[in-house]
Write a protein that binds this ligand. Structure first.
Ligand SMILES: [Mn+2]
Length: 357
């Protein structure tokens, strides 16, 4: 079954109902490859990409099962959509209420007509996207491998005196050289005291002997993201930071080992939180333990105190505990993991034991 068939199936789409998709991640998923702009229009019978001249050829190549409708100045996108709806005698149109700005929705409704009923799609495509197909898994494994190899490749380049920005450049270079088509997100480099900032933006701070350096990065391959964090030491770390590292490592390994279909997200998060608290770091792990990842870098469900969803086989989720101590520094270790029936498989495979450079 194709992704678009899975969606029309899930919605039990009536004969005179249609779906319009604007979110690029959902368009990519439902067309199984289209990366351009525009809209996707689906009915039980039809699969159409509505786009402008710039993307017509790409659409035909990337989504051969889809018909392509080209917009122009006399036929802007919502005019084309209205024509499609009229031709199919559509009386119910599903739209992405969680994506389309209100102004855009009003333009759409004005063009298509008040007589049609508008039904929020909620997160139906996102729900499908939670469970990766075998083909998606292969792609994500490749993204994870490139990310992991980039970590090994950058280690010999790290030296005292280089700035966080220089390290970022080297690391991103490694990812592109190894086959990344894009970055999955903005690389985080946090050295020394900056390590206490979970989402530190790399800056002009120079790396020094004794620093711990947190690198959170990921390659995008075939449209899918990878997400990995490793913290390394430049020279011998202080006993205090070594204890922080070992605590995070243990929490990470423990939670990764606990992942399996049927487990509750809340319980996995609590496992890390309780252990970190018990080691004397209560309040120093202030973010969720992880998030699903796929076409988007952050997808649901989350491993967090507020998520009570149950893990399913085929989800790819990060396990990323951290400890952050202002004026001292921080450590985070993260893998992206494929959830299986009886366990999990890390898709990012770089070594996790403390690397001292
Ligand atoms: Mn992450």
């Amino acid at each position: 079954m194709t992704a678009s068939e899975r969606l029309t199936d899930l919605l039990r789409l009536a004969a005179r109902a249609a779906v319009v998709i604007h979110d690029p991640a959902n368009m990519f998923y439902l067309t199984e490859g289209y990366t351009g702009e525009g809209m996707v229009y689906l009915t039980e019978e039809k699969r159409i990409i509505v786009t402008d001249f710039r993307y017509v050829e790409a659409a035909e190549k990337q989504a051969p099962d889809f018909e392509v409708v080209m917009t122009d100045k006399d036929h802007p996108a919502y005019r084309c959509l209205a024509d499609l709806c009229a031709a199919d005698r559509i009386n119910e149109l599903y739209f992405e209420s969680n994506y389309l700005p209100v102004d855009e929705f009003e333009k759409l409704r004005t063009a298509v007509g008040e007589e049609v009923s508008y039904t929020p799609l909620r997160k139906a495509p996102q729900t499908l996207r939670q469970i990766k197909t075998p083909a998606e898994t292969v792609t994500m494994r490749k993204a994870g491998a490139i990310t992991s190899e980039a970590f090994e490749a950058v280690l010999p380049k790290i030296r005292p005196g280089m700035t966080e920005l220089e390290l970022r450049l080297e690391l991103e270079n490694c990812m592109f050289r190894l086959g990344a088509e894009a970055l999955a997100f903005n690389t985080i480099i946090a050295s020394g005291v900056n390590g206490s900032l979970p989402h530190a933006v790399p800056g002009s701070r120079k790396l020094q002997k004794g620093d711990m350096i947190t690198m959170d990065f990921g390659a995008k391959v075939g449209g899918y993201c990878s997400d990995m964090t490793r913290t390394v030491a430049l020279g011998e770390p202080s006993p205090e930071m070594r204890k922080v590292y070992n605590t995070v490592l243990r929490a990470q390994a423990m939670c990764e080992a606990a992942l399996a279909a049927g487990k509750n997200c809340f319980d996995i998060d609590r496992l890390a939180r309780d252990y970190i608290d018990s080691q004397g770091y209560a309040g120093r792990f202030g973010h969720g333990l992880g998030h699903c990842v796929g076409i988007d870098i952050h997808e649901d469900p989350r491993l967090s105190p507020s998520c009570h969803e149950v893990l399913k086989a085929g989800m790819v989720i990060t396990v990323e505990p951290g400890i952050y101590i202002p004026e001292l520094g921080g450590v985070r270790i993260e893998n992206s993991c494929l959830v299986k029936e009886n366990g999990s498989e890390p898709l990012t495979t770089a070594r996790k034991e403390l690397v001292i450079l």
